[in-house]
Write a new protein. Sequence first.
Length: 282
Amino acid sequence: MENTPPAGHPETVPPEARGRVLVVDDDPTVAEVVVGYLHRAGYAVEQAGDGPAALRRFAARRPDLVVLDLMLPAMDGFEVCRRMREHGPVPVIMLTARGDEEDRILGLETGADDYVTKPFSPRELVLRVDSVLRRARAAAPADEAGPLSGGGLSLDPVGRQAYRDGRGLALTLREFDLLAFLLRHPGKAFGREELMREVWGWDFGDLSTVTVHIRRLRGKVEKDPARPRLIRTVWGVGYRLDLDEEGPDGEAGAGRAEAGPARTGADPAIVPVVPPPGGRSR
C-alpha cells in the first residue's frame, strides 16, 4: 500500500520546510498522527504503508530522514533499512514494539540512528527527528575540520570518509561521528552519558544506544573485535580510544575485559527491558 500525503502535506519541499521526512508505517492511525506532528513542526512529509512502497518513494526522491516501523507487511523494517543503506547513507529512526529489546538492538545494528518504542509520544518523536537531522547536517567546526588519524585509522570529517590501514570503512552517520569524537580525544575515558551528549546531542535516551554503536564500530575498526586494542572498555566509566597500545599484554587485557560476563556497577551493558503484560505490542 502506498499512501499519498494528506492535504497540506507537500510532495515537494517548499523553501521554508525544515526537510523531507519519509514515514513508513502500515498502521493508518499511527502514520496519520506522526505525519501530522511532523508537518506542524515544519517538515515536508511523505508516507508509505509497506516496504516496497517505501523503497519506491526512497528511490524516486531521497528523503532527509526516514521514520521506519519494524513490523511491516511483505518486507520488515530491517530489510527496508538495509536496502536503503545500499544506496547511500540516510538517517533512520526506527519505531519498535514496546519491550522487544532484540528488535530494538537489531535495528540499531542494522544501521538505524535512533529508535522510538511504541507507544510513544509524538512530541518526543519530533524532538528525535530534530536531533538526528541537526547532527546529520552539522558541519565540523573550523578548528576540527582537518583530517584525523592514529592507530591505523584516518578520517576526513569534511568528506565523511574513513579508513583503516588504507581500507575504506562503511560507517553509518553515528558510527562516523563517534569515531571522529574518540579520535579527537585519544586516551581519555568517556562515560556513555557523555558520549550520548557529545556525539548524539541528547540529554536523554537509552544508554544501550551507545553500547550497540561501540560494538558495531569495533566490528569495523578492530582487527579482532573480540579482543579490542583500540576502543577499550574502562570498567566503571565507559570507553577510551587507545592509539599506542600495541603490546601483547594490552591486547590480552582487552580480551579478558570484553569477554567477562559480569554486568555490575557502572558496567556499560545493555539493561534488559521488561515486556508489557500481554506480550508483544504494536
